[in-house]
Write a protein that binds this ligand. Structure first.
Ligand SMILES: [Zn+2]
Length: 374
């Protein structure tokens, strides 16, 4: 009796946050559709004259008999490790739904929602405007135990504004070569960065983002690191389905390398959560809308160039999420019915796993995704 009483007292005083992990890695792929994530290569797009020059290569490497086999062939690490040993959501064909909470369905509002947990309606463009909201990297950096222990790496040149580096003072390595390479490897990376043509005016090759991030991770041992890969979205906007697919496959390998590095490193091994998501989806019907993403509301503003699609790009609010590591449930696919899980809940989920109560940090955040937690 006494033990039961003690136990109930203990439970009633136990902290709300789970404190499952010392560290977290948050990874995003820009606009990689749930359709490819869960069904793999789209045959119609792979053989489409306008959208794929490398049809033969795509079919050889990524076409298989079933959607499950195709998905596993395209994204082997996500399927065979993260989905199998962790939790994931967003396979709409299977009754699992995730969506952005913002009203726009493009990048800045999507990333801000993921990183701050808050939907601020004034963030209505991809313009280089300093974020009025604070990311969890900035919020944690103000606590002694996280100070200087958060950092971000990204291919897109708008990220310094998403993180509001002027206010936050966070370390954000985005788009540009590193100004102060820390060692010989980073010097080489920086040299190549300057010598290899940049594929887009606002987005660099993800390989630079990836290798700068891994180098920093091993050297500085941050407790929360964000890696934003960008190529998938830009190849899609360019109408290059073959390059979009090859980039998705390559990014899956990058994510595997991040996880392998974590599991091979003292202080990170079995002590670090990996969370993966996207900032928006893309269209599906009519077929050419796979290239685009925009809400109906955005057509009268930032996305007016897509105004011929009167309802916006239907389906581009659809996203997916996956996580693996301590504190993450191993139940695999989370069934949601029509109750979609919103991207504004990712920030509080990570705070919870790191032992912080989001309500004390910013009560306006979406609540933690309890379905993902043990
Ligand atoms: Zn995007």
């Amino acid at each position: 009796m006494k033990n039961v009483l003690l136990l109930s007292i203990f439970l009633s005083f136990s902290p709300a946050a789970v404190f499952a992990a010392d560290n977290a890695v948050l990874i995003t792929l820009d606009g990689l559709r749930w359709q490819e994530v869960f069904s793999g290569l789209d045959r119609e797009l792979a053989v489409h004259e306008e959208f794929s020059e490398q049809t033969k290569l795509l079919l050889e490497r990524f076409w298989r008999d079933t959607p499950q086999e195709r998905a596993e062939t395209l994204l082997p690490f996500l399927h065979n490790t993260v989905f199998r040993e962790g939790s994931f959501v967003g396979d709409r064909d299977a009754g699992s739904c995730a969506e952005v909470t913002n009203d726009w369905y493009f990048s800045y509002p999507g990333y801000s929602e993921i990183l701050t947990g808050v939907v601020n309606d004034s963030i209505d463009s991809n313009g280089k405007n300093p974020n009025p909201e604070q990311t969890i990297l900035e919020l944690l950096d103000s606590k002694a135990e996280f100070a200087g222990k958060t950092a971000a790496f990204a291919s897109w040149d708008v990220f310094p504004f998403v993180f509001n580096v002027e206010r936050s003072g966070l370390y954000v390595n985005a788009f540009h070569p590193e100004v102060n390479p820390a060692d010989e490897f980073e010097e080489m990376l920086t040299q190549l960065h300057k010598d290899i043509p940049t594929p887009w005016v606002t987005v660099r090759n993800d390989a630079f983002t990836h290798h700068y991030a891994l180098s920093y991770l091993l050297r500085e041992k941050p407790r929360l690191i964000f890696i934003g890969y960008g190529e998938t979205d830009d190849f899609a906007h360019n109408g290059k389905y073959d390059d979009y697919i090859l980039s998705a496959h390559r990014t899956d390998r990058f994510i595997e390398e991040v996880w392998e590095t974590i599991q091979a490193t003292d202080g990170y091994r079995d002590n670090t959560v990996l969370f993966v998501s996207v900032d928006h989806g893309r269209g599906e019907d009519p077929i050419e809308t796979w290239q685009h993403h925009a809400s109906k509301r955005s057509l009268s503003g930032y996305m007016r160039s897509l105004a011929q699609y009167e309802d916006g790009i239907v389906g581009s609010e659809a996203v997916w999420m996956a996580a693996i590591g301590p504190g993450i449930s191993e139940k695999g696919l989370i069934m949601t019915g029509s109750q979609c899980i919103g991207s504004n809940r990712i920030a509080a989920t990570l705070l919870e796993l790191l032992g912080e109560d989001y309500r004390q940090i910013n009560p306006n955040m979406g609540s933690p995704i309890t379905e993902f937690l043990q």
